[in-house]
Design a protein around this ligand. Structure first.
Ligand code: NAD
Length: 391
């Protein structure tokens, strides 16, 4: 296995502040943080200096001091064996554009989570810079449910998945990167055959917009008090579970239509993914609904809301559960299916509803704002399959 001397984590949020100490601890290597957003680098540096490092507590424990924290890619990207984007998907492209010019020969660049179409965007930027030596990887999800407790000091890990799938580009290189990811994260990595499988296996695209739809499609527009902010997972209704099942079925139908052309074994039905990921944390696995509501790792997480007056709240439709998981999730999977001219009824319903909340028509007018293969000159199914399986 390659010896990692240094990795750079891109981002300054919950996931980035969780990964940095865990990676430094598990790989016994230097970890830099690239945090160009707002004043994050400055704030992080000050807090880390005051506390002596970042501490991960509860479901995972680790403590380490990032080597350098910078808003300047030239200061931290050179010398990195691996660069990991732990960012919402909308920030992938701008971040990749800043880091690619500074990558060492043969470096690895990946995203945790990859969401849909990370490989289309990253491959295009690498190709613009003539960097065919750089390997790409993506994780199907973030391994942890995590929240910053004290910025730059303490991160609370509520739950950790037992196994997370990953894929690489070129696809065959998953055999090289998976053991490194296992060591870095301290958990099992399942090898997905290619990054198209990861795009379709992205369960955030089902769970987040699907539950938002279930919770708020019937919202009457009236603000509510803080005691009425719904739990996100634990109050899943039968109807909500039916929407999730419908979305999962749509993805399984896409898998079924493409499976003879490309290995999509990693694209699991939602309930199978949930049980595989959370195992013992789920008290009642009898139905999809019971598996969600009895999952210890989801306990207490609330729906995204915004304050509309000192005492009143409304659903936050601008939260990433729609703004990230539709254009970088459901919209990508649906567009993949459109290459085969098929149909996805529940996806269409949820995408149309989410689009209306965001003033976007991700089914037609604004479809090219989503990270869809067609935007990256992958206009035919054959081209997409060739891209996904390229060696
Ligand atoms: P976060 O909101 O804590 O962090 C977001 C970070 O992204 C910011 O700190 C900043 O560094 C960067 N960022 C935000 N806006 C930016 C912009 N306009 N330009 C450049 N950078 C910008 O997010 P997180 O909780 O760390 O989540 C990261 C990803 O992991 C998201 O896709 C999220 O959906 C996913 N995820 C998170 C969890 C979790 O428990 N935290 C669980 C599963 C999946």
């Amino acid at each position: 296995m390659i010896k990692i001397e240094k990795i750079t984590v891109c981002g300054g949020g919950n996931g980035a502040q969780t990964l940095a100490p865990i990676a430094a601890h598990n790989l016994e290597c230097l970890v830099d943080i690239y945090a160009p957003f707002a004043d994050e680098a400055e704030r992080l540096r000050a807090r880390v200096a005051a506390h002596g490092g970042i501490q991960v507590v509860d479901a995972v424990q680790a403590q380490a001091r990032p080597h350098r924290i910078s808003a300047d890619a030239a200061a931290v990207i050179p010398g990195s064996d691996m660069v990991v984007l732990v960012l919402p998907a909308f920030a992938h492209e701008s971040t990749l554009r800043q880091i690619v010019p500074h990558l060492d020969d043969g470096a690895w660049v990946g995203a945790m989570p990859a969401r849909g179409g990370f490989d289309y965007c990253a491959a295009q930027i690498l190709s613009e810079h003539g960097r065919d030596d750089v390997g790409l990887f993506g994780l199907q999800t973030l391994p942890w449910a995590c929240r910053i407790r004290e910025y730059g000091q303490i991160v609370h890990v509520l739950g950790v998945k037992e196994v997370v799938d990953a894929a690489a580009r070129p696809a065959a290189q998953i055999g090289q990167i998976a053991p490194l990811l296992e060591q870095m994260l301290g958990l099992s990595i399942g090898a997905a055959a290619n990054m198209l499988a990861l795009t379709l296996a992205n369960t955030g695209q089902l769970v987040h917009p699907g539950i938002m739809y279930g919770l708020f499609a019937g919202w009457d527009g009236r603000p509510f008090g803080s005691d009425e902010i719904p739990l996100f997972y634990q109050v899943l209704s039968e109807d909500g579970a039916q929407t999730l099942l419908g979305l999962s079925d749509d993805v399984q139908a896409i898998r079924g239509r493409l499976e003879s052309k490309v290995d999509l074994a990693a694209v699991r039905p939602l309930k199978a993914w949930l049980l595989r990921s959370y195992g013992e944390a789920i008290a009642d696995s009898s139905t999809l609904r019971s598996a969600f509501v009895s999952n210890r790792a989801y306990a207490g997480l609330k729906a995204p809301v915004q304050k509309v007056s000192p005492e009143q709240f409304a659903p936050d439709f601008k939260a990433r559960y729609l703004t990230d998981d539709v254009p970088f999730g459901l919209g990508v999977s649906r567009a993949t299916d459109q290459l085969g001219k098929e149909n996805t009824p529940t996806m269409d319903k949820v995408i149309a509803w989410a689009g209306a909340r965001l003033n976007k028509d991700y089914l037609s007018k604004n479809v090219h704002e989503a990270r869809i293969p067609q935007r990256y000159v992958l206009q035919h199914l054959e081209q997409l399959i060739a891209f996904a399986t390229e060696t």
